[in-house]
Write a protein that binds this ligand. Sequence first.
Ligand code: SAM
Length: 288
Amino acid sequence: MSGIDKDFVIKDKQTIKEYSLNQIKNKVLYGDALEILKKIPANSADLVFLDPPYFLQLPKKQLKRWNVKTDVEGVDDYWDKFESFEEYDDFIKTILEQVKRIMKENATVWIISTYHSIFRIGKIMQDIGYWLLSNVIWLKSNPMPNWLGVRFTNATETLIWAVKNKDSKKYTFKKDLAKEYGIGKVGANVWIIPLCTGKERLKDEEGKKIHSTQKPLELLKRIIEITTNEGDIVFDPMAGLGTTGYAATALNRDFIMIEKEKKYIGEIRKRFSQKPVLQEKKIKKEIE
Ligand SMILES: C[S@@+](CC[C@H](N)C(=O)[O-])C[C@H]1O[C@@H](n2cnc3c(N)ncnc32)[C@H](O)[C@@H]1O
């Protein structure tokens, strides 16, 4: 797909009661995933990638890097805030129940987060019947420095990979690719990938990051290549800057994305105004 048609973004409305798959394939649904997911047909996704709010609860005061005394640009977005763990858990559970409904029988789901919430997410998944297949550790080769010096440098995020239930057996898994991407000779479940920086990182006119948590295309490339086939439908209910759909298109898969922030919707449009392409990146098997 190159260039986008005028109905590339569909604004969700209360009056719309359901969407057909054809209507929303390769489109971005603008609105609240809590509402929109209910309107999507059951058994429609081959793969779901979920990059939810992490509920980081960062301290109010501005953090400085310990070595250079510059400000740390943390995640302080309103969409990452919840009143309590209970509220956060309810949100994640509601989303995951709907995701399960829209997954095909042999579909898989990937969910990413940090230590702040990945353990709760894993528990919720098991409680509602998902069957966990693996976890993959994303090891950042260029993490933020350990600016306070009171905790370990946080250089990892965890991805959980799961099926709808214990009986889902015929899911897609390209074992040779999985081995190639993983570290060491055994191709273990650790992927060394840099944070999204340089030209790939979308910035505004003042050079500020447009989204605090834009994921690297390389991460989505691996996920999509290993766990889908060409022509499959890749679904992302919290799309941010549309990284998932971008990688999916470049890899000849279809996508459906949802995002509730107008600002990001505009950026997704811009990002898709040129044909999505992925750069070849060298696969790192060891960290220096
Ligand atoms: C962690 S970010 C995703 C970043 C994305 N993977 C990327 O590479 O740009 C989570 C996104 O979920 C969106 N979001 C949060 N709650 C939502 C909801 N209820 N419905 C739709 N989008 C939501 C936020 O606006 C935010 O852009």
